[in-house]
Design a protein. Structure first.
Length: 489
């Protein structure tokens, strides 16, 4: 990996001269301009003040909640303080907001044991306390479900073996130097055979009278990971669903291997009676020469509600805000417009970015590229280009003047899992930051009650903001828009 990083840095350094030549007729040396931006962020950033306010004063920002509305207003206020232009909201309605209530569960046979539990997002309530036998529904294809017909009424269903957790190697400690590790790819959210089966399975279980579904949180140290009750946003039709700690889920599994296990569970959640409006927050630095052409920086303002959403994605929110502040503070006016968008409903399947893309259809051909920061809190390793091979050489040019930030060459693999994917799906170049995950904090605390302000790495988010600002400004200065060669079908 050290050899790969050294080679990558040489490649980026080698193309810096080409970038300078491409810009020399109308702009200052990009290395000098970028250095001004990086110094501004290093010396006068407002990152920690902003992330502390977002984490502690506002807190978790579940889509449709009052706290998300408060965060929208705060983000717009900060943007105006930074002198950004065209600050506005772009809204749409969701059918129902959701509010978490009490969740209780215990094993009642063959032992009595209280379980640590939390409702999955948008889970309906149980009909009071319900009691049933645990049934492992092992089917992985629709045909396999038929073996359970007539056998599930009143059951508590599970359909996963306990997660195999990676070891927490605390001896190595947190990141303290230039060594890097390849990050794990994010979980895909694209339509797939597995997702189609998941919907069929939920429909089958509901039709068979299953009382509730339990999942393994898959985290160490009794942390509860929250996710949606369904991937297709059909929440009102879902079964009552909850997450158990890995330790409790493993206990249930072990007991089930030896005989019957009976559980009592009660979930109490509520939905709004009327539709609720949510918003993306948009602001800009207008372009001086080609204002109709746009470079977008983005993060998602919504979060899950067990913690305070500090690293998912509070750190992304404050980093993109800081990148915009710094460009404005050093008095730069880019050729193209640089736009910041803070999306809602990312945690429900990138709904906010999809709602943004649809009404901006006429602008797709004028968006040079989109860079999303949904990357946690460690230093940045590089950019992921999501199979936009045609843009690779040009992206190298935009990163070359930032060689002091220690980035390696961009990666080309394509993944889904955050708001960049909504742009890739319509042929707009969507890129993402790859974090330097040499410690396990983000993987461990992601979507849990431990996603809180104390997990924020100050030096990490300074690095985020520097990469974002330098890339955005350099991309806005390119002679041409970045190429786009394909879109999802």
């Amino acid at each position: 990996m050290r050899r790969q990083k050294s080679l990558s840095c040489l490649i980026l350094s080698a193309v810096a001269t080409t970038f300078c030549w491409a810009q020399s007729s109308t702009q200052d040396d990009p290395r000098a301009v970028d250095a001004r931006i990086l110094r501004e962020i290093q010396g006068r950033n407002q990152l920690m003040e902003n992330i502390e306010h977002l984490s502690d004063a506002i807190g978790p920002r579940l889509t449709g909640s009052d706290q998300l509305k408060t965060a929208e207003a705060w983000a717009a206020s900060v943007a105006r303080q930074y002198g950004l232009e065209n600050v506005h909201f772009e809204g749409w309605k969701i059918a129902h907001s959701w509010q978490r209530g009490a969740a209780q569960a215990q094993i009642v046979k063959p032992v009595v044991r209280t379980l640590t539990i939390a409702s999955a997002g948008w889970s309906p309530s149980t009909n009071g306390p319900v009691r049933g036998n645990v049934v492992y529904v092992a089917a992985t294809k629709p045909d396999g479900l038929q073996a359970y017909r007539g056998k599930l009424r009143g059951a508590i269903a599970i359909y996963e073996k306990p997660s195999e957790l990676m070891s927490l190697d605390v001896a190595n400690g947190p990141y303290s130097g230039p060594e890097v590790q390849a990050p794990k790819p994010p979980e895909s959210r694209t339509p797939s055979e597995d997702q189609n089966f998941d919907k069929e399975r939920r429909s089958f279980l509901k039709g068979e009278g299953v009382a509730a579904v339990l999942h393994d949180s898959g985290k160490h140290n009794a942390l509860l990971r929250v996710s949606n009750v369904a991937d297709d946003y059909d929440f009102r039709e879902a079964l009552p669903t909850a997450m158990l700690t890995h330790e409790d889920y493993s206990l249930v599994w072990r007991l089930l291997q030896k005989g019957n296990v009976e559980i009592q569970i009660a979930l109490t959640n509520s939905f709004s009676d009327a539709p609720v409006e949510v918003h993306n927050v948009v602001r800009e630095i207008g372009g001086a020469e080609k204002p109709e052409e746009v470079v977008i920086l983005c993060a998602h303002l919504d979060s899950w509600d067990l913690g305070s959403g500090s690293t998912d994605d509070g750190t992304g929110v404050v980093s993109v805000l800081e990148a915009m502040r710094a460009i404005k503070a050093v008095g730069l006016r880019p050729k193209r417009t640089i736009r910041l968008v803070l999306f809602a409903e990312e945690e429900q399947g990138e709904i906010g970015s999809r709602e943004y893309v649809k009404p901006h259809r006429g602008e797709w051909s004028k968006i040079s590229a989109v860079l999303a920061d949904d990357t946690g809190t460690t230093r940045i390793l590089t950019l992921r280009l999501h199979q936009n091979y045609a843009a690779r050489e040009t992206v190298d040019l935009t990163l070359a003047p930032l060689k002091d930030l220690g980035l390696i060459q961009p990666w080309l693999e394509r993944y889904h899992g955050s708001d960049y994917a909504s742009f890739n799906d319509v042929g707009v170049p969507g890129f993402s930051l790859i974090g330097n995950q040499t410690d396990l904090d983000y993987d461990q605390t992601h979507h849990t009650q431990a996603d809180t302000f104390d997990k924020v790495n100050k030096n990490g988010i300074i690095h985020h903001a520097q990469v974002l600002a330098g890339w955005a400004y350099n991309t806005a200065q390119l002679p041409e828009l970045l190429p786009r060669t394909w879109k999802s079908q």
